[in-house]
Design a protein around this ligand. Structure first.
Ligand SMILES: Cc1cc2nc3c(=O)[nH]c(=O)nc-3n(C[C@H](O)[C@H](O)[C@H](O)COP(=O)(O)OP(=O)(O)OC[C@H]3O[C@@H](n4cnc5c(N)ncnc54)[C@H](O)[C@@H]3O)c2cc1C
Length: 429
């Protein structure tokens, strides 16, 4: 008898995570990706303007991103993440020139807020209690209605923190998503807040080892293989149309649809998804960073928000950057470089640069868009969804994407037929 097949459409992190979880199990896995490469919004590429391989965007993880770290352990690349042994974030305020280091203590009892050497300068311990209101149960609401806006603590900590995590101006962002981020990171103490980056690039950490793992476990990888339509009948997906070829599905076959929301909407009738997006702008400068430059620097009161120092490159991230999408790239490069030069105290003209504008970097983490996120199950018995935009309870992040892939895989593995098989529990563990 033929093994049942799981077709995973989309080889971003969500699809890769689903495939990694299911690989080596009782089903045959086939991964279909529309592009010629895997990774989706999280990958490295060769950038001719700089003559080097860079990431499509600077990606920051926190040590509390458990599923992302489990994924890296599963594919054998956790050593690719680099970061300090304790939570520490360097900041500079461009308006006042103040510099400080935020250093939450390791444990969950936040005594760091009582230390002027660890908290934000100009703030007092009591200011931090405002966060408790965010964590209290209640209806989802814009963060601006739940937290006090303005003031040093908001401008120097909460705004940069939530803007980076949600890619949405915090005032309009979902309080539930913000609270989920706090619960999984800052709320667990500094141990869960160590900043981590893929030291040798996103592909070397997340993508290439995942593809190697899948190949080793007999997963069939098909690139340039866009899912164009799904044929449905009797409450199930019956066939997958890839243009040139149509794959008929047997009764025991399953599909994980791990494509972006706009693609999923066109493939699944009646599917409601987020429809509003936020941009991210990254600027890369080919220059060796000064010796004293922190690996990651938060910048307040500037156009730039985070500055990443790599061995031969300085890289800037600007979140919720829709206002910058129409700004000419050379003008943007000049503006951003002027700020980079100021915060790093580099005195030299604009080095070779590249600006990468991702218009639909993530769905907008607002209350109404969050409410449009579907769960993994669909109206069709053998079709599940994965992707950072599904209802993970987290904003669109690496952690959310991987968690969604794991959850989709879990649903397939736990399906009734699977339960009947001897040994399925051992395989799921
Ligand atoms: C510039 C930028 C910076 C970011 N920074 C961070 C960060 O600092 N920290 C963090 O945690 N997250 C960050 N993110 C978010 C993170 O990258 C995403 O949440 C994650 O990569 C989403 O993975 P995914 O698999 O859900 O979706 P995607 O990566 O979009 O994957 C979907 C895949 O489906 C494929 N596809 C589309 N249509 C079809 C089809 N019809 N058939 C087959 N395949 C199809 C696509 O080609 C793609 O490979 C950032 C994102 C961007 C863009």
């Amino acid at each position: 008898m033929n093994k049942p097949v799981v077709h995973v459409a989309g080889a971003g992190l969500a699809g890769l995570a689903a495939a990694v979880r299911l690989a080596g199990g009782p089903r045959k896995i086939v991964l279909h990706e529309a592009a010629r490469h895997a990774g989706g919004r999280c990958r490295s590429y060769y950038e001719p303007a700089l003559g080097m391989t860079i990431d499509n965007g600077n990606h920051l993880l926190l040590s509390g991103n458990c599923d992302a770290r489990k994924f890296l352990t599963a594919i054998g690349s956790e050593d690719q993440l680099a970061g300090p042994s304790e939570a520490e974030f360097a900041f500079v305020d461009l308006a006042t020139k103040d510099r400080w280091r935020l250093r939450p203590n390791a444990g969950p009892l936040p005594w760091w807020i009582f230390s002027s050497l660890r908290r934000v300068p100009g703030t007092g311990a009591l200011d931090y209690l405002g966060l408790l209101r965010l964590l209290a149960p209640g209806k989802d609401a814009p963060l601006g209605a739940v937290m006090r806006r303005g003031g040093l603590l908001y401008e120097r900590l909460w705004r940069p923190f939530f803007l980076a995590a949600l890619n949405t101006e915090p005032v309009e962002a979902s309080s539930h998503l913000a609270a989920a981020v706090v619960r999984e990171t800052l709320g667990r103490g500094g141990r869960a807040c160590r900043p981590l980056v893929a030291a040798h690039g996103l592909s070397a950490a997340f993508i290439e080892p995942a593809l190697n793992y899948l190949a080793k476990h007999g997963v069939k990888l098909l690139f340039d293989h866009r899912l164009r339509a799904i044929d449905f009948a009797g409450g199930r997906a019956k066939a997958l149309d890839f243009g040139g070829d149509v794959v008929q599905l047997d009764a025991a076959d399953n599909v994980v649809l791990a494509v972006p929301p706009y693609a999923a909407q066109g493939l699944v009738p009646g599917l409601r998804t987020p429809e509003d997006y936020r941009a991210i702008v990254n600027a890369h400068f080919k220059i060796v960073p000064p010796r004293n430059c922190p690996a990651i620097l938060g910048v307040v009161n500037g156009t730039i928000e985070w500055l990443f120092a790599f061995p031969s490159r300085l890289s800037v991230t600007i979140s919720s950057a829709d206002r910058l999408i129409d700004v000419p790239r050379d003008k943007l490069a000049e503006t951003i470089w002027a700020e980079v030069a100021k915060v790093t105290r580099i005195e030299r003209p604009l080095p070779p640069w590249q600006i990468v504008k991702e218009k639909r970097a993530t769905f907008a983490a607002t209350v109404d868009q969050n409410a449009r996120r579907p769960g993994a199950r669909t109206a069709f018995a053998n079709l599940v969804l994965a992707g950072d935009w599904t209802a993970t309870g987290l904003p669109a992040t690496i952690e959310g994407a991987i968690r969604s892939g794991y959850r989709a895989a879990g649903l397939i593995a736990a399906s009734q037929k699977e339960k009947g098989r001897p040994g399925w529990k051992t395989w799921m563990a």
